[in-house]
Design a protein around this ligand. Sequence first.
Ligand code: PLP
Length: 412
Amino acid sequence: MTTDPLAFLADEVAELKRANLYRPLRVMSSPQAAVVIVDGKPLINLSSNNYLGLATHPRLKEAALAATRDFGVGSGAVRTIAGTMTLHEQLESDLAAFKRTEAVLTFQSGFTANTGVIPVVTGEADLIVSDALNHASIIDGMRMSKAPRVVYPHKDVAALRELLREARAAGRTDAGAVDAGAAGSPHRLILVVTDGVFSMDGDIAPLPGIVAAAEEFGAAVMVDDAHASGVLGRNGRGTVDHFDLHGRVAIQVGTLSKAIGVLGGYVAGSSALREMLTQRARPFLFSTSHPPAVAASCIAAIHVLQDEPELIDRLWANTIYFKGELRRLGFDTGASETPITPVMMGDSGTAGRFSARLFEEGVFAQPVVYPTVALDKARIRTIVTAEHTTEQLDRCLAAFGKVGPEVGLIPG
Ligand SMILES: *Cc1c(COP(=O)(O)O)cnc(C)c1O
């Protein structure tokens, strides 16, 4: 008899289950919408990133069907060999116009946009300065770069300034002779990287302060707007537009997988940035491009953002209502200022039990536990969408109000 060399995996899974850190996959047999069928049960959905309901928008579906009829289901190659179709190029020029940047390059996902761009723009001679709560794909992108990196406490602009000052000062040969600008630095580039909206807490990066600090010390800023695309800024243009910082953020990453409702990521910036990414970004060079239906439905989504701004208005009206009512019930929603509204639970056991009870009450709201968040910061992360009716939100609130006292989270 041979022994299984991977037998340790079963032990590791058992350990995760013992620690309440095992996350079962919930299986949906309906479209992604305000009401979904999960494991056979109809539930009000508070767990998707489908902020505007675009995953099932008729214009996007029609665009996908037409592109499939005209161009087939697959692109057949990586972008640099034979996988660049007119649809891919049109999506990029439409996105660049939408974002008001010179150029855009799309990637297979937001994840690969981050892991693609960071190692291309930074190397040994550079320094990356990163917010402590940045997304995993930014962290992986930094790991793939040869650049050293330092982390500043979450949203702490004063600490960021101090790090930038130290980084520039370290490069001066004669402290008196060179003032705190790019001239004295050993670093070719200092890149400050932040999520625009933080994915687990729903708080917004203090981008004006970050940009001012970066400009003071000759650093560049990269913002990951995965949860701001389609949510913040005029017509959902993101945090740079929200804070009116056009032209002052060198690299904007966005996703097409969340509010845009489809799949993909992109990097918006200068033409030189786009050109260099086409030559060196590894996911772009070594992984097949999007199917025609994906590119076509993303193009349709940009038109919907411009033609139907009422979707974003409804998203925010639902957000303000739901967040306000949760707080009125006595729940701790942390630092949230966007549709991402965590309901803080503390330990992962409570979060798991709470979510299971909500499931029984007809509400789909998934727990988020370690390692996605710190061990003692387990939560249920809710995201309302433009599609939810007030009646649906009230049913969710009633369920939270019923389960809260059961687990001792709010008074009965
Ligand atoms: C979701 C997310 C990503 C990844 O985007 P995908 O398109 O789903 O790969 C990247 N960054 C942040 C901040 C995210 O929240």
